[in-house]
Write a protein that binds this ligand. Structure first.
Ligand code: SAH
Ligand code: F3S
Length: 432
């Protein structure tokens, strides 16, 4: 009899994709079906994030809740990055958990399912040749991994410890997957990796020469692919060849994530980011020059150990100059297994909170200025989702969320939309 799976996914796009992989394995090999009703689930999974402390706390409150509401005999499994770095500690703290499965081991889900108290968290496990899963959470776009792990050692970041060494997935496997996705109706391909523009540095089973720019070109040549997005590129690897391909390839969506982290070269050095404030500004202005309509999003950490008022001012300067369309801003959170947690001069929480507020207020001002300019513009929108109140939403090429009044018939279509009501996070318009 078909069993029911309830899965909750925290964290980044990589985790969303890992969850799709887990779902596919369980559907195909174990006859599971998804449910949104936790009380009827035979298996409850949480796919965790460990980048900051908050999501780790959330894990324990969530599984405590699962244990209270689950039906008798249902199993609870913890997957993802927190599973990787806490391992069996999770079972010690929450003995009702049946198994723990690390971020690098998703394809072992059907093994651990049958081993009570199994802990699979090996980060050397080579997933680079894994069979891509055939489950997609969206009919209209496909997430495709191009690399796993990360070789950078940013001093604040736990990811290299949870996802392991960076390995690129061979291009023939990626292209086969892109072809399959496009054939089944996904006009948008979303390439994923911790460091996508470092693609091709190390393979475990491929001898050819390839880099991210070449891969983008190959993906764009696949029949049926109309849009390509990717996350995350690293500012250090944004060379001219890459920016030119980004600017000139019409299939590549004109929205770039450029994780700044800090505007101070001193802090960037302490973070081991590998670039300076000047390099970042140079890349951002070159990008704006080459692609006038481009959207640039970023990640910023405030309150990194040793960040002075002057360092923070430099971050503010960069934000004012680049005028990012989107900022994901975080207070520095000391993480286990990272060098920065032992740095001297940790910044007091009140100071970090104050800086976060200044940054976010400034960004609201920038967004008000940017969104005003959108009134009357016409965007080609790829519609993907029904929204409450009779709306359908999609994205413009440069990543604005755009919604219009409408119904299912717009889904999966590209339609021109004239913006009638700009907003900070989404635009409203009418089809033309
Ligand atoms: N390779 C990814 C990074 C993944 S982590 C990328 O370049 O986007 C996502 C973001 O979380 C980072 O860019 C950083 O801004 C933030 N982050 C990572 N570790 C953090 C920490 N210890 N404290 C606060 N924010 C952190
Ligand atoms: Fe983390 Fe830096 Fe890699 S932020 S994921 S170590 S590029």
């Amino acid at each position: 009899m078909t069993k029911k799976l309830y899965i909750e996914t925290l964290g980044c796009a990589m985790n969303v994709r890992d969850s799709e992989h887990i779902i596919a394995e369980l559907k195909n090999k174990e006859d599971f079906d998804l449910t949104e009703n936790i009380k009827e689930a035979d298996l409850i999974l949480i796919n965790t994030c460990s980048v900051r402390e908050k999501p780790v706390h959330k894990l324990f409150s969530e599984i405590g809740h699962f244990n209270k509401v689950k039906k008798p005999g249902a199993k609870i499994g913890v997957c993802g990055c927190t599973a990787s770095h806490l391992g069996e500690e999770i079972i010690k703290k929450a003995p009702y958990v049946s198994f723990v499965l690390g971020a690098r081991n998703v394809s072992k889900i059907t093994d651990v399912l049958h081993k009570e108290k199994a802990v699979e968290v090996d980060i050397d496990y080579d997933e680079s040749t894994y069979a891509f899963s055939d489950f997609r959470s969206s009919l209209y776009k496909a997430f495709i991994n191009i690399s796993i792990g990360c070789d950078k050692k940013c001093t604040f970041c736990i990811v290299p410890n949870t996802r392991g060494e960076e390995i690129s997935i061979p291009p023939d496997l990626i292209l086969k997957e892109v072809e399959k996705a496009a054939k089944s109706g996904a006009k948008e391909i979303f390439l994923l990796g911790q460091n996508v523009n470092n693609y091709g540095r190390r393979f475990s089973s491929y001898e050819g020469e390839i880099n991210f720019t070449k891969l983008l070109r190959l993906v764009s040549e696949v029949d049926g692919v109309e849009r390509i997005r990717f996350t995350s590129p690293h500012p250090l690897h944004m060379d001219d060849e890459f920016l030119e391909e980004f600017a000139n390839n019409p299939k590549i969506c004109k929205s770039m994530h450029m994780p700044l982290q800090s505007g101070s070269t001193k802090v960037l050095r302490d973070m081991k980011r590998g670039y300076t404030k000047e390099w970042f500004l140079n890349r951002a202005s070159k990008l704006r020059e080459m692609v006038p309509d481009v959207h640039i999003s970023t990640d910023i950490i405030v309150g990194f150990p040793g960040e002075s008022e002057k360092d923070f001012e430099e971050t503010i300067e960069v934000v004012k100059e680049v005028k990012f369309e989107q900022i994901f801003s975080f207070k520095y959170s000391p993480r286990p297994l990272t060098p920065a947690k032992d740095f001297e001069n940790q910044v007091p929480d009140e100071v970090a909170s104050e800086r976060l507020k200044i940054l976010q207020d400034l960004h609201f001002e920038i967004l008000d200025e940017i969104s005003k300019r959108e009134l009357g513009k016409v965007y080609k929108v790829y519609f993907e989702e029904l929204k409450p109140g009779g709306f359908v939403a999609g994205r413009s090429d440069n990543n604005w969320i755009v919604k219009v009044k409408g119904s299912e018939e717009l889904l999966g279509k590209f339609v021109d939309v004239k913006i009638t009501k700009p907003g900070r996070l989404a635009l409203e318009g009418e089809t033309v």
